[in-house]
Write a protein that binds this ligand. Sequence first.
Ligand code: GDD
Length: 371
Amino acid sequence: MIRHVLITNDFPPKVGGIQAYLGEIYQRMDPESFMVITTAVPGCEDFDRGFGAPIVRLGKRLLPTPATIKTLRHMIASFSPQLVIYDPIFPIGAVGPALGLPYALIAHGAEVRVPAYVPVLRRQLQRTIRGSLGVVAAGGYPADEVRRLVADTKVMVVPPGIAVDRYAPVAEHDRTRLRRSWMSHPDDQLILFVSRLVPRKGADTLLRAAAQLDPRLKTEIHVVGDGRDWSRLRRLALGVSHPVVFHGSLPEAAKIELYQAADLFVFPARDRWLGIEREGFGIVILEAQACGTPAIIGSSGGTREALSPTTGHLLRAGGVDELAAVLGGVLARPAQLTLHRSETSAYVRTHFDYDRLGKAYEESLHNLVNG
Ligand code: GDD
């Protein structure tokens, strides 16, 4: 057990990939072994009461300013940690060298890759990484990004995972019930997209490809999530002849029902800005597959690490025409989709169970502190 402090801007009940990663891992840790310093968000009082370990919430955003450093130094002193962990590396990781305590960093991808293109920020990132005991990388892709900045950094890979008790397939009669409650035509094929609605995640590619589908194919498309692309995507959906349902941001339980009801999960994530912006991993790919739904995904950053090698489909170039052709082929043989549901979910249970990854995370901390 490594006594440590986690300092992060991204902790539940805020929704998002980093929040889900930290929330699941830290729920599984000995609450005596750590404290969390993070930001205040609506609903955090109830969350914190039920959490077990101490959580301190400081304002809306933690930035590496002299005032923040002074406050953190004061709060951490009485806890006497062996280690301080910063997530993400940029910008809050810059506190690490200033605080003067042994520290480690958690990397997800974009927060390392994007600032590294600006020379002054690149040097700051390198200083932050060099001063640390090492980095826990949420996947092979962020691990590579960190090594590109500082080649000899100690990097331990602990990918995002799944709470397999909550994300699991349901029996066929329950699935039929879910399809009746979510779909207007439950015998059609349900194509699902879940994510924040930002261009990198590729919901626009899905809708453009859907507009090319043969209108005789029986399918409906469901989009879960909210974000700045909302209005643009609504406009694109007008060109699709099949039903498109925008759910907006759904509660966790409803989102899981849709993963369980769906026939196909489509996540055509793509690189942007000549590859400067990439997807870190793609936790939603794991979520869908854990519920038995096979995935068709775009190749960006670490997405392929999440895909079942036997039941998933990785798009080669990831363009609209390619996706339309793949979807057309799959939807023409709908019976194939139900054949692989248990194999799809078994892949995630075997490789990405948070019970196992939580232990791997703790071992990584031991390794970083004890060498
Ligand atoms: N309940 C609910 N409702 N959850 C949602 C919704 C919604 O409307 N929209 C997104 N989520 C959840 C997803 O189900 C997933 O658990 C989480 O938010 C992350 O979703 P994304 O939007 O796809 O990812 P991100 O960009 O915040 O996450 C980043 O970090 C992850 C962890 O390292 C990305 O780099 C991911 O690729 C990476 O896996």
